[in-house]
Design a protein around this ligand. Structure first.
Ligand SMILES: Cc1cc2nc3c(=O)[nH]c(=O)nc-3n(C[C@H](O)[C@H](O)[C@H](O)COP(=O)(O)O)c2cc1C
Length: 224
């Protein structure tokens, strides 16, 4: 049996003893929910920001690869509006390749202090060259240089080679601040479903899912 060296317990018992939904949790009345999920999302995000939740705009992006195997990683939310939820990444990265082959994804937000989770699923569309460039140019010089090395997630066998490649990319960015990596992509996830999940200490959690229908949204309460 695996034991946690810090606690001397079995890992299973140690995990079971950890608290979850310690709060202070928020209230959620689905009867008061708006007809569109975007304002509700922004309201929950604003609550997280107001209460000092760290990295409140960090979210898990889930994709599937060519074999149908799932993969997930954390990304920063770039924008949300009527068109959908936006995030950015390199088209040649694994997530970029997954999205090129199967342009559908899921996003998961979790704000632990409030006991709130939001799940968004739908089709993903790449941005226009203009939108991609604007997002790229809004990034720091180091981030732009890193992107230009175009090797994200490959095996790193030689850190000196990495440092040299970064140095050369930084020099290119310094020389030409308007240089754009054509593979940098601002993706929009166009939501087909958005689910709001509010934890309760009673463990009778509240769930509300918006499902897109012609011309708008339908709302459904879900069993927890
Ligand atoms: C808080 C946080 C924010 C991140 N934001 C981004 C992002 O906006 N874009 C990005 O490509 N990677 C971001 N990353 C790195 C990704 O999690 C991931 O390591 C990288 O994109 C490679 O993923 P892939 O191999 O699945 O393509 C972030 C990581 C963390 C922990």
């Amino acid at each position: 049996m695996t034991t946690n060296p810090e606690h001397g317990d079995s890992t299973r018992q140690w995990l079971r003893g950890l608290d979850v939904f310690a709060g202070p949790l928020r209230e959620f009345d689905p009867e008061q929910a708006p007809a569109d999920p975007v304002p509700l999302f922004l309201s929950w995000l604003s609550d997280a920001v107001a209460d000092g939740v760290r990295d409140p705009h960090a979210m898990t992006l889930s994709t599937v690869d060519a074999a149908g195997d799932p993969d997930s990683r954390v990304l920063i939310l770039k924008n949300v509006d009527a068109s959908g939820w936006q995030f950015a990444g390199h088209a040649s990265s694994p997530k970029g390749r997954h999205l090129a082959g199967h342009p559908r994804a899921a996003l998961t937000f979790y704000w632990p202090v409030h006991g709130r989770q939001i799940r968004v699923r739908g089709e993903v569309t790449p941005g226009s060259a203009e939108d991609n460039a604007a997002d790229f140019l809004g990034r720091s010089a180091t981030a732009r240089a890193e992107s230009l090395t175009a090797r994200q997630s490959r095996h790193l066998t030689d850190t000196a080679e990495r440092d040299q490649a970064l140095k050369e990319s930084l020099a290119r960015v310094d020389t030409d601040p308007s240089l754009v990596d054509p593979a940098w992509t601002l993706y929009t996830l166009v939501p087909a479903e958005v689910e709001f999940w509010q934890a309760a200490r009673s463990r009778i959690h509240t769930r509300l899912r918006y499902e897109r229908v012609a011309g708008g949204w339908e709302r459904f309460r879900l069993w927890s």
